[in-house]
Design a protein around this ligand. Structure first.
Ligand code: ADP
Ligand code: MG
Length: 246
């Protein structure tokens, strides 16, 4: 198991946003967390990446409790998260965006970038291939379509060679075609780049087609955890979602 979450708790005032959550993630697995608005999905992600401090519990990554570490230290442990466009340099090319992220991830200062540049060329190309943007390497980020920008953003997350990535709604705002492209790229990540994937996504067709395991979060608790076929059949899951629509 690459990641183990044990009895994780976080409350805001009187609200238990994450209430005694425990689960484990196998290496190379693609899994997801679903749940209605306010279920605690973002809070859970923010705990995992160190952007929020837990009240109680443990987050064990490869045997080490990382709960309580600040985000930059968690990032150094090769734990990545998607940032939804804020990390893009709009006036740099696609290639330079990825290369800069790779160099930054390796702690190289700007002074050495010239010489380091040549060495990181192949690595950059590999990331570009993984996000389907090899043919757009010399385009400016600002000239990319929204779908391409989202893929570039994924590439920046991958540049740090994470062992696990947390993706928060990677398909939000994408057209059906862009969604299909994104799904096929994410699906290849475990094999192509050795990345374990945990995602939150509202598009149910995406969730059911890509996830090996789905965890349903409701009022801060995991109420169901199983393979997609079983989640589809669960009355409890259905009730939670129907409750949201009512
Ligand atoms: P989700 O991402 O599943 O929609 P959130 O994690 O954003 O759910 O929210 C879970 C609960 O915690 C909600 O009741 C929300 O109002 C509350 N909450 C989240 N963040 C904060 C915060 N910074 N301060 C106070 N309450 C918060
Ligand atoms: Mg949220």
């Amino acid at each position: 198991m690459i990641l183990q979450i044990e009895n994780l708790c976080k409350s805001f005032g009187g609200i238990m946003a994450v209430n005694n959550v425990s689960f484990g993630i196998d290496e190379g697995e693609i899994s997801s967390i679903i749940g209605p608005n306010g279920a605690g999905k973002s809070t859970l992600f923010n705990l995992l990446t160190g952007h929020l401090e837990k009240d109680a519990g443990k987050i064990i990554f490869k045997g080490e409790d990382i709960s309580g570490l600040p985000p930059y230290k968690i990032c150094r442990k090769r734990i990545g998260r998607s940032f939804q466009l804020v990390n893009l340099f709009q006036r740099m090319t696609v290639f330079d965006n990825i290369q800069t992220a790779i160099l930054a991830g390796q702690g190289l200062s700007l002074k050495f970038i010239r010489s380091a540049e040549r060495m990181r060329r192949n690595e950059t190309q590999e990331v570009l291939k993984s996000i389907g943007l090899a043919g757009r390497a010399s385009a400016y980020a600002s000239d990319l379509s929204y779908g391409e920008q989202r893929r570039l953003e994924l590439g920046i997350t991958l540049a740090n060679r994470p062992e696990i990535v947390f993706l928060d709604e990677p398909c939000a705002g994408l057209t059906d075609e862009e969604t299909n492209t994104m799904v096929s790229l994410i699906r290849k990540l475990p094999e192509e780049r050795g990345v374990t994937v945990l995602m939150v996504e509202h598009k149910m067709d995406v969730i059911f087609s890509i996830s090996e395991k789905i965890r349903v979060l409701y009022e801060g608790k995991i109420i169901f955890e199983d393979v997609p076929e079983e989640v589809k059949k669960s009355d409890e899951v259905l009730r939670v979602y129907l409750g949201e629509q009512a």
